[in-house]
Design a protein around this ligand. Structure first.
Ligand SMILES: Nc1ncnc2c1ncn2[C@@H]1O[C@H](COP(=O)(O)OP(=O)(O)O)[C@@H](O)[C@H]1O
Ligand SMILES: [Mg+2]
Length: 464
């Protein structure tokens, strides 16, 4: 992992959130929080609204929440919609970002002064890597957690994958509907006529997605091994291996870490459709494709799920997030905003200080903690006290805070600049070689967050 300062200087383009503004988001009727680069800690008792703040920033970056799979809980009880706004500074240029969250209807987004756009179009403006207690589900939870991790990282790396992901879900839905109607026996003719068409669509988009995931995994592996090694102080050998729903020959290659040509994956999907046709018709669902694939996490030769201890599982989850951070840092030349939500309380002293050493030089780190003393002094930076939805800058950064004595009047209220600087053009994505996924273009009104909902495990375990 090593956050080599010299290496960083050559890469780094500073991107950070300068201001966060909420309206009717979660517990906040309103909140205005002025932020700075470096480390910021939000301290407050449980239930005061710390996670709600960082969840809002995560939503701007991913169009999803790390806690819930649909938008309804994000809107303050009794309100109709929520607004999350941020001022994002990239290399000195500031850009305003706005999301209107309308549960049950399409969300809206705005970037700079432009008229409203599809939410998906703001992806990439701000990137986050967020580590939270919910991440234990990455190790212990069902495969959808790990698929979601991979696909979100794919999108963080190259936002165009949000479109491919959403196309895939739509095609899958249609193909499943067809298989289901064939199962009832009424529609065999339609199946023979139409299934090849859907096979073609699903194989094309599905192979692209699989190929992208494999390349991402290949790039991520060294960072995972390094991050786990560092977090656990050399206690193990963390590995990731892709478990594919494709036929055995190809699946074995993928499990071994090989990345076949895109054409070979597409052909493999068609071959597997043929093999699985009877089973798919019997069950009325699609059994082949990236939605059935899985990433197995291993410590040495044993799967982490079911074998790793609680501490090892935590280290693995943390290692995965730190690896994602490193990958994005090196890939994009900018640090994602690193969010550590309520994690220090869960870590022992050794892990705490190793984590602190690893993240101390990140461009912007947002930490939440119920107990200020749980956060290593190496990470003392700016501090806000969060009390019943009031976010107040703390005058004294070194002292422990008694939440009962917070001075509400010192709350940072800073209006968003009404005259933002000219809009910075979208940064050029550095990797031109990814084959663009063909297939039908997505419905512009569609909401990527709800598109993805099917892939989000609604039953993500919260801690243990
Ligand atoms: N949609 C909502 N409307 C009103 N209050 C909400 C909503 N969602 C969450 N809350 C409240 O927000 C609080 C939790 O905030 P959170 O940021 O998770 O706390 P913590 O400071 O422990 O991280 C709870 O009191 C919860 O009831
Ligand atoms: Mg919290």
């Amino acid at each position: 992992m090593r956050f080599d300062p010299a290496a960083r200087a050559t890469y780094d383009v500073a991107v950070f959130v300068r201001h966060l503004s909420l309206v009717d988001f979660r517990s906040y009727p309103e909140a205005e929080v002025a932020l700075t680069p470096g480390i910021t800690t939000f301290v407050g008792l449980n239930g005061q609204g710390k996670t709600n703040l960082v969840e809002a920033i995560g939503y701007l970056a991913t169009l999803g929440s790390h806690r819930v799979s649909n938008d309804a809980p994000l809107v303050r009880a009794g309100a109709e919609r929520a607004y999350v706004r941020a001022a994002v500074v990239r290399e000195g240029h500031e850009q305003q970002l706005e999301l209107e969250i309308n549960p049950g209807r399409a969300n809206r987004a705005r970037l700079g002064r432009a008229a409203s756009t599809r939410p998906r179009d703001i992806l990439g403006t701000i990137r986050t890597v967020l580590f939270a207690p919910e991440d234990l589900a990455l190790v212990k939870g069902d495969p959808s957690n790990r698929r979601q991790f991979l696909d979100e990282l794919l999108v963080a790396r190259q936002p165009k994958w949000a479109g491919a992901r959403s196309d895939y879900d739509k095609i899958l839905k249609q193909r499943n509907a067809l298989l289901k109607s064939a199962r009832t026996g009424h529609d065999r003719g339609a199946l023979d006529a139409t299934l090849p068409v859907w096979n073609e669509h699903l194989a094309t988009v599905g192979a692209n997605l699989t190929y992208a995931r494999l390349r991402l995994l290949r790039d991520l592996r060294p960072y995972i091994a390094e991050a786990y090694d560092e977090v656990s102080a050399g206690q193990g050998d963390a590995r990731l291996s892709y478990r594919s729903s494709l036929h055995v020959k190809l699946a074995d290659e993928l499990a071994a870490g090989e990345v076949p040509e895109l054409d070979a994956i597409t052909a493999g999907m068609h071959e597997t459709f043929a093999e699985m046709r009877r089973a798919e018709v019997e069950r009325g669902v699609t059994l082949v494709g990236p939605h059935r694939d899985e990433v197995q996490l291993q410590l040495g030769d044993l799967p982490a799920k079911g074998y790793a201890s609680h501490g090892e599982s935590w280290s693995f989850a943390l290692g995965i997030r730190l690896a994602a951070f490193q990958l994005l840092r090196h890939d994009l030349g900018t640090d994602p905003v690193l969010v550590l939500d309520d994690v220090f309380a869960e870590l022992d002293g050794g892990r705490r200080s190793r984590l602190a050493a690893m993240v101390a030089d990140a461009e912007q780190v947002l930490i939440t903690a119920a107990v200020a003393d749980d956060v290593p002094v190496a990470l003392s930076g700016r501090r806000f006290n969060v009390t019943r939805g009031h976010v107040a800058a703390d005058g004294d950064e070194a002292d422990a805070v008694d939440p009962g004595t917070v001075d509400r009047d010192s709350a940072e209220i800073e209006p968003v600049d009404p005259e933002p600087e000219p809009v910075q053009p979208e940064p050029v994505e550095p990797e031109p070689v990814e084959p663009g996924p063909p297939g039908p273009d997505a419905d512009p009104a569609s909401d990527p967050a709800s598109d993805r909902a099917s892939d989000r495990a609604s039953d993500r375990a919260v801690g243990e």
